[in-house]
Design a protein around this ligand. Structure first.
Ligand code: GTP
Ligand code: MG
Length: 317
């Protein structure tokens, strides 16, 4: 078996190349020991990196979870409630260096093209039409839920990966009525994996002509989301904060969170300035709260249960 002559590479037939070539035959170092005529393929590395920069699907998550399980943020809300706009605003603020403080600095993202696709509409472009809201997230998208990735480096040097699940509102509406609905699979995935749930309360819907229906639908969704979050972090996010809502309606929405309501933090976001409050402020506060999320550590068994087999202590997942 041949070995690579590169001093820092231990590639052989089974181990991958330290220069990143998926096919060893395309590595210039490897070609020095293995005759080109027998190994070289006509095609160059077609897949130099194993991701495209677009939103990730479930099967792509291995790249990120390899170095530690990321914090998954599920944005749960009805159709047109402003979910994608929240993500777009995060990205625009991030690209201006305005999203986080110095405790958490942006490190990298596997899905820059995905973020661009979401945020592009909200950007001012010279000579072109004014910014407009992102298009409706379609439930027929190939990679659904589409995951957008960001990684931040903390002051102690540790990296923190975040995954944001941008899902269509239709899924959550189906899921709130019937948890097992075949059309709610993506919503079930988010509910199962989300370390943080952002429950979206659309102020425009609660102020509009169909406010009664919007309230009833929110009630169902809130009950489902609270039950599924099972002690994981959950926040109530008032989107379209520039829209006035009757205080009685606000109180009813809070009440729909049941007995957990007093422990659920609330944030108000809007892409428009609200009086003295800059538009960026709400998004920054929300993002910094998300960044505070810590994964609960593994509880090691105490000596009283030391006699049991590991299977009975930890189970099998
Ligand atoms: N007034 C106001 N309207 C907003 C704001 N953010 C979003 N909207 C409106 O809400 C609409 C829907 O926003 P989206 O972010 O696409 O909503 P979504 O929840 O992702 O919708 P689906 O993808 O269909 O589930 C936008 O087209 C805007 O008209 C805001 O801050 N203020
Ligand atoms: Mg959307």
């Amino acid at each position: 078996m041949d070995r690579c002559p590169h001093p820092k590479c231990s590639a052989d037939d089974n181990i991958t190349c330290s220069l990143g070539h998926i096919k060893l035959a395309n590595c210039p170092e490897w070609k020095k020991v293995v005759p080109t005529s027998t190994t070289a393929q006509p095609n160059p590395d077609e897949l130099a990196v194993p991701w495209s920069g677009s939103a990730l699907g479930e099967s792509d998550l291995n790249f990120i979870s390899g170095r530690g399980k990321p914090i998954t943020v599920g944005i749960v809300g009805p159709e047109s409630s402003g979910k994608t706009t929240v993500l777009a605003a995060f990205y625009l603020l991030l690209s201006r260096g305005n999203l986080t403080c110095e405790d958490s600095l942006f490190s990298n993202s596997y899905t820059l093209a995905g973020w661009e696709a979401v945020a592009n509409n909200l950007r001012w472009k010279p000579g072109q039409q004014a910014p407009h809201f992102p298009p409706h997230t379609t439930s027929r998208a190939a990679r659904a839920p589409g995951m957008l990735h960001l990684a931040f480096r903390r002051q102690d040097g540790a990296l923190r990966d975040l995954l944001f699940a941008d899902a269509p509102g239709e899924w959550f509406q189906k899921w709130s009525i019937n948890r097992q609905s075949s059309e709610a699979e993506g919503a079930r995935w988010i509910a199962k994996h989300a370390d943080v749930t952002l429950l979206i309360a659309d102020r425009q819907a609660f102020a509009g002509p169909a406010k009664g229906t919007a309230r009833n639908e929110f009630l169902l969704l809130a009950q489902r989301a609270v039950a599924e979050s099972q002690g994981r972090r959950l926040a109530l996010i008032w989107t379209k904060g520039d829209v006035e809502v009757a205080p009685a309606m606000e109180a009813q929405i809070r009440k729909s969170l049941g007995s957990t309501a007093s422990n659920v933090p609330e944030f108000t976001v809007s892409v428009f300035k609200r009086g003295e409050v800059e538009a960026a402020e709400g998004f920054q506060k929300l993002f910094n709260w998300i960044l505070e999320t810590k994964r609960p550590g593994v509880q090691l068994p105490t000596s009283e249960v030391a006699g049991h087999d590991l299977l009975f202590r930890y189970g099998r997942r």
